[in-house]
Design a binder for this molecule. Structure first.
Ligand code: GDD
Ligand code: MN
Length: 392
């Protein structure tokens, strides 16, 4: 089902669709207008997973008016990210782009994304979370889910996501070389995460846009997609080595519990009062944990800035985040046990989990941050570059 033109092109835009019959023609006409303005040769690749509403057929029916459009109908295959990767495999452009097929991503942003790539950046992300971007009319629940998903992602992939404010965006462009020779494993919904974790790139820039409310058709996001998202994060976290870092961090935390208890017993036995003893014991545990994290857990990061003042700085930061974590732990476990009638053990476990969640999230994202690329992926460095029309 491929009506491919033969000339080579400079920009290939992939539009994955599933039941977008009501949106596709308006979208293609707006994309055409936007891309024609750039003066570049382009192709639009619609990858439809055999939609029951026959989106593919409708798209083919107006192909004569849009000769740069190709329609791929995938039968017996499903999945947003997979469809995008399939489209990119067939693409002939040097610049690859992707956007939704439901008009929630305004095509008018495309020229800017392409110009950002032309100016030397490897990945240009249309972003809701930079100044000038946003979402129109989202209900509180949807905002909360989106925010929570972003938070969990920064927790699983701190090294990768430190500099991208909208890693969940499904609207972006990249230089073909970013993914050439890489094995994308596109299970699930979030193709940009996959590109950020496995691609080869130096710079990422974000361009603001407003995520428009869906006017026609329905979202395909459901429970299954959330579950897949979790699995996807876990796999990426494992493959990038972030999961190993987290496990080390937890192991160090366990040693801290022993140091804490031993110090407390020793101090009390030496005749100190309970409050002074616990403060000393906690501080000693933070000290040993900090040293272990610096020289073991985050070794590859800390050796990038190994001078004493940087180390001291990290230690002080670690200390204050841990103090915050201890307060969260205490606050939550005490309230659950006292007011929520939780069993002592259960209440404490929830408190510890919450404290660890906070501790690791803060320390992995703010205390031990990467400056140099490691392990095959390159830290996005140019996120400060939030590009708007005036800049180019
Ligand atoms: N080919 C194909 N196969 N396309 C699919 C599939 C599939 O299994 N599932 C969804 N799509 C298409 C939809 O038709 C639409 O064009 C696009 O993928 C996005 O799906 P929606 O269901 O509309 O997603 P959303 O609005 O909840 O979320 C979108 O916005 C997020 C925020 O920017 C997605 O694009 C996310 O990737 C994006 O991050
Ligand atoms: Mn949508």
């Amino acid at each position: 089902m491929d009506s491919s033109p033969s000339a080579s092109v400079s920009v290939s835009l992939v539009i994955p669709t599933y039941n977008e019959a009501e949106n596709i023609e308006i979208l293609v006409s707006r994309v055409y207008q936007a891309l024609e303005k750039t003066g570049r040769t382009f192709e639009i690749i619609i990858v439809d997973d055999d939609s029951p509403d026959e989106t593919w057929k409708i798209a083919q029916s107006f192909s004569a008016n849009y000769p740069n459009q190709r329609v791929i109908r995938r039968i017996n295959e499903k999945g947003l990210a997979r469809a995008v990767v399939r489209g990119w495999e067939l693409a002939r452009g040097e610049v690859l782009a992707v956007m939704d097929g439901d008009l929630q991503h305004p095509p008018e942003v495309l020229p800017l994304l392409i110009r950002v790539i032309d100016s030397g950046t490897d990945i240009a992300v249309a972003s809701r979370h930079v100044r000038g971007g946003g979402v129109s009319n989202w209900k509180l629940v949807r905002r909360a889910i989106s925010w929570g998903a972003g938070l969990i992602a920064t927790w699983f992939l701190p090294g990768v996501l430190q500099k991208v404010l909208d890693p969940m965006s499904g609207f972006f462009a990249l230089r073909k070389s970013v993914i050439e020779g890489t094995q994308l494993n596109p299970e699930g919904y979030k193709i940009l995460l996959e590109v950020l974790c496995r691609g080869h790139y130096r710079g990422v820039a974000e361009v603001p846009y407003t995520f428009v409310e869906r006017a026609r058709g329905g979202s395909k996001l459901g429970f299954r997609q959330y579950l897949e998202f979790g699995m996807h994060l876990l796999r990426l976290s494992h493959d990038t080595g972030e999961l190993r870092t987290f496990l080390r961090y937890c192991l160090v935390g366990v040693t801290g519990v022993f140091v804490n208890s031993a110090a407390l017993i020793t101090a009390i036995a030496a005749g100190m009062d309970y409050t002074t003893s616990s403060i000393l014991a906690v501080e000693l545990a933070i000290l040993t944990n900090g040293v272990l994290n610096e020289f073991w857990t985050f070794k590859s990061i800390s050796k990038e800035r190994a001078n004493t003042s940087a180390r001291l700085n990290r230690f002080l930061q670690f200390n204050s985040f841990c103090a915050g974590g201890a307060l969260i732990n205490l606050g939550i476990s005490r309230s659950l046990i006292t007011y929520g009638d939780f069993h002592y053990f259960l209440g404490s476990m929830v408190g510890i989990l919450a404290g660890t969640f906070w501790n690791y999230g803060m320390n992995a994202n703010m205390t031990w941050t990467r400056e140099q690329p490691i392990d095959g992926y390159v830290e996005p460095v140019t996120h400060e570059l939030i590009v708007t029309e005036e800049h180019i």
